[in-house]
Every structure is written in C-alpha cells, then in structure tokens.
Design a protein around this ligand. Structure first.
Ligand code: ZN
Length: 80
C-alpha cells in the first residue's frame, strides 16, 4: 500500500512538473520575443534567441512587423 501512495505522489509530481515545463516554455518564448524586439531595434547584428546562430532581420508591412531568423527561420511578431 505504501508503494501505491508513492506511485500516486510521483504521478502528481509528474503532472505538476509538466505544467511547470509548459509555463517555462511559454515564458522562454515570451522572453525570446522581448529579446528579439529589443535586439532588432537596438543592434545591427542581433543573434537569434532560438538557435543562437542566425541573425534576425526585421521584416515589416503596413500593419505588421516581424523579426525573422536567417538560419532557423523562426519568426517573432513584433508589436508596433
Ligand atoms: Zn534562429
């Protein structure tokens, strides 16, 4: 019976860990987006927060702006 309750505790902890990992991933992406926004505006040769290798280029149209990585082609939508 001790094993059962331990198993349940582990399951609960695993569930929580998954939720935390999801949050971390979300925060990491938000952070990357902020970095991209700052970098693209402030630096001449901003590094991609996603792959760390490519440089970001700013692409924009009438109502949108994006930072796009030349290497991995990850794109961040920039506000304004
Ligand atoms: Zn990249």
């Amino acid at each position: 019976m001790a094993d059962d309750s331990l198993e349940r505790r582990v399951e609960r902890l695993e569930g929580r860990l998954e939720a935390v990992e999801e949050s971390l991933d979300r925060y990491r992406r938000q952070h990357a987006l902020l970095l991209a926004e700052v970098d693209v505006d402030a630096l001449e040769d901003p590094a991609c927060p996603e792959c760390g290798e490519g440089t970001l280029v700013r692409r924009s149209g009438l109502s949108w702006a994006k930072a796009v990585c030349r290497e991995c082609e990850t794109a961040w939508v920039l506000s304004g």
